[in-house]
Design a protein around this ligand. Structure first.
Ligand code: HAM
Length: 428
């Protein structure tokens, strides 16, 4: 039987066109992170399995690429970056000035059921602020995510951040009479509310959380209402809920002051699947709701302590490249991926071939991109190659011109030709 060398399902090859797109996205991510004063870090792609168990939540743990290494250690490919960040800072945050603003672009691995927008590896822009509990940090994080998408050409007509607060939802569920176990079930039901028929949601709320029919209705109504005013109107009389509304109100007003409110929608249906979130959470979606979330994040004030470090508040997000690239493609926002070259050097006959090598090297020393036929070829073929390589200009080295110390330069776009003195090539 011949071995099967096919690419594993859910993994990607990046041929140059794909890598060009990836770099375009990474460049925007890096540029925006730097605008906000974040510094880039990285950590190992393989971590101790324990780093994820319990901390990331059941869903991710079920998707781990985990195994025993040759030293008998239980290890896992990283499915997300946040536990690694918590570990790195757990080891060294004490001596560092706060807040810590760090970002990373790790490749992550999850054994997912393959579907649109979900692969078994993806790159994820992680941006986190550690050591600041004020809502201004939450707002800053949301603004970075929005600006990353704006720099890639998306507008408030294309995307919005749907924001919620787990503390607020907890206060509402408590006011409706749920204990901790009931709240945990309710969180899971609300997390799935958009993909579940209303009747089914109501039934689950009654059966799994012990809600009365009236309370189940009330909850679904307020969760789906989509406005902070409605929550205030209906539940504002409960002191815990009034208190839990405050951080969200301040958060929204910071984003408003930044001029970003058109990108932000209050939405209690956003719960987030990961276990460690403790406060404001958000997910960015395309407005038409065609794709899965482009980005998700929120506040996780207890994770660092859980990983054995200093108890520090933290907030951040992860933005994946898979959904984002699909969305950019759909909106016609991908960069041109055809090859480009400053010069292609053409030698007419063998006599000028030496000069091609010399000139190519000189131009490359000046930072120009240059290619030429690697074996003697007819001029017509060389021009064809120049076209394929996307050369802006073709430098033709004919014996007669070279004898006069010049070359013929053709601008490939306009088709115009001019003579240039050999020493002046690549100077402009
Ligand atoms: P997450 O929601 O699991 O959060 O992932 C964030 C984003 O990564 C998703 O919205 C999605 O775009 C992308 N993503 C996740 N899984 C896949 C997959 N299998 N294939 C393609 N794209 C995927 C986290 O991972 C948190 N650690 C983010 C965070 C950072 N929270 C605080 N700081």
């Amino acid at each position: 039987m011949s071995p099967d060398f096919a690419r594993l399902p859910g993994f990607r090859d990046f041929v140059p066109e794909d890598l060009r797109v990836r770099s375009h996205v990474f460049d925007a991510w890096r540029a925006v992170a730097r605008r906000y004063g974040f510094r880039e870090y990285d950590a190992p792609p393989l971590e101790p399995l324990d780093l994820y168990v319990e901390k990331s939540g059941e869903e991710i743990v079920g998707q781990l690429y985990a195994f025993e290494d040759k030293g008998g250690r239980q290890v896992s490919m990283r499915p997300e970056m946040t536990p690694s960040l918590a570990r790195v800072l757990g080891e060294r945050s004490r001596g560092m000035s706060k807040p810590i603003r760090w970002f990373a672009i790790p490749q992550l691995f999850r054994y997912e059921r393959q579907q649109r927008g979900r692969l078994r590896e993806h790159f994820q822009w992680n941006v986190d602020i550690v050591g600041e509990a004020d809502e201004a940090a939450d707002a800053e994080i949301c603004a970075v995510a929005i600006d990353g998408l704006r720099l890639l050409g998306l507008t408030a007509g294309d995307i919005h951040a749907r924001v919620s607060d787990r503390r607020l939802l907890t206060a509402i569920l408590t006011a409706l009479g749920l204990d901790e176990a009931g709240r945990a079930s309710a969180f899971q039901i609300i997390d799935k509310i958009e993909r579940t028929p209303r009747e089914k949601t109501l039934e689950r709320l009654r059966e799994e959380c012990g809600f009365s029919e009236e309370h189940a209705e009330q909850l679904v109504e307020v969760v789906e209402a989509g406005s902070i005013e409605q929550v205030r109107e209906r539940f504002g009389a409960h002191p815990e809920i009034a208190e839990a509304l405050e951080p969200m109100t301040r958060y929204l007003s910071v984003l408003d002051a930044m001029g970003l409110s058109e990108f932000v929608t209050f939405d209690l249906r956003i719960v987030r699947g990961l276990a460690y979130y403790t406060g404001i959470v958000f997910e960015v979606f395309d407005r038409k709701g065609e794709f899965r979330a482009v980005c998700g994040g929120g506040r996780y004030d207890r994770l660092l302590e859980l990983v054995g470090g200093e108890p520090l508040p933290a907030v951040g997000f992860g933005m994946g490249d898979v959904v984002l690239t699909e969305l950019l493609r759909e909106r016609g926002k991908l960069p041109d991926t055809s090859p480009t070259l400053d010069y292609f050097l053409v030698s007419v006959g063998d006599e000028t071939r030496e000069l091609v090598f010399e000139l190519a090297h000189r131009l490359r020393e000046r930072g120009r991109s240059v290619a030429y036929a690697l074996r003697p070829q007819a001029v017509r073929k060389q021009f064809k190659a120049a076209e394929n390589e996307g050369a802006a200009e073709v430098v033709v080295l004919g014996p007669e011109e070279v004898a006069r110390g010049v070359a013929m330069v053709r601008d490939m776009r306009s088709g115009t030709e001019r003579e240039v003195a050999l020493p002046a090539l690549g100077e402009s």
